[in-house]
Design a protein around this ligand. Structure first.
Ligand code: KIV
Length: 256
């Protein structure tokens, strides 16, 4: 296990809540690293908030590799976890070979979506010596089949399946698990049942850490703001104002 990840392994026992943010480029990675964020996630939300795709199902391995290299150059301290994009881990063999490519590009760990159904793939990757962050609950790579970003764990049966997913990824060797859009009371139960840290997004306060898409935190994607996002800055508005002011000055004959 890479030394950058080692602190994460003891975080839950120490009661240290993990702060995880996405980064897709060098300056953002460097700023978040300097700010003390615990983990930088090169999420395949890259597709939604950077590349202009409708969702993450359009993202390719080559795109993830390109952005991983940029983030790795900016992250001097924090571990870099990178999403395996859709169809890059359809078999255990493919999962291992694509995980190796991401590690070569600068990742310290990979992330993939799926619980019980993906346990063998997680075991294959961890068996190859590559740390895995799992992702259960709402799975963005399945958004088209699901018909939207829907809350998970609404019935006792659904809550039980989520618990089984969580236990399966832990047993398969994942070092942490993202829980996306899980009912807060279910997320609390799952977090209490696991030894590994749960990282919540839209899943209430009782996870062992929280993750956000950086654009949602800083108001850099004003065209779609998820319900769980609580922007702490208005970077999109600041860019618009600066660009409009520059344009007005140039049109007025100034050299700003
Ligand atoms: O792709 C991503 O950014 C993610 C986070 C939202 C957890 O998977």
């Amino acid at each position: 296990m890479n030394s950058r990840l080692e602190l994460l392994l003891t975080a839950k026992a120490r009661g240290h809540k993990l702060a995880v943010l996405t980064a897709y480029d060098y300056p953002t990675a460097r700023l978040l690293d300097e700010a003390g964020v615990d983990v930088l996630l090169v999420g395949d939300s890259l597709g939604n908030v950077v590349l202009g795709y409708p969702d993450s199902t359009f993202v390719t391995m080559d795109e993830m590799l390109h952005h991983t290299r940029a983030v790795a150059r900016g992250a001097q301290r924090a571990p870099v976890v990178v999403d395996l994009p859709i169809h890059s881990y359809d078999t255990p063999e493919q999962a291992v070979s694509n995980s190796r490519r991401l590690i070569e590009a600068g990742a310290h760990a990979v992330k993939l979506e799926g619980g019980v159904s993906h346990a063998a793939r997680i075991s294959a990757i961890t068996g190859a010596g590559i740390p895995v962050m799992a992702h259960i609950g709402m799975l963005p790579q399945s958004v088209r089949e699901e018909g939207g970003y829907k809350v998970k764990g609404k019935t006792p049966e659904a809550a039980q399946l989520l618990l089984e997913d969580a236990l399966a990824v832990e047993t398969a060797g994942a070092f942490s698990v993202v829980m996306e859009l899980v009912k807060p009371e279910v997320a609390r139960t799952v977090s209490a049942a696991l030894r590994i840290p749960t990282i919540g997004i839209g899943s209430g306060p009782d996870c062992d850490g929280q993750v956000l898409v950086i654009h949602d935190l800083v108001g850099l994607f004003p065209w779609f703001v998820p319900k769980h996002a609580n922007p702490l800055a208005s970077v999109g508005e600041a860019i618009r104002e600066a660009a409009a002011s520059f344009t007005a000055r140039v049109h007025g004959g100034e050299n700003p």
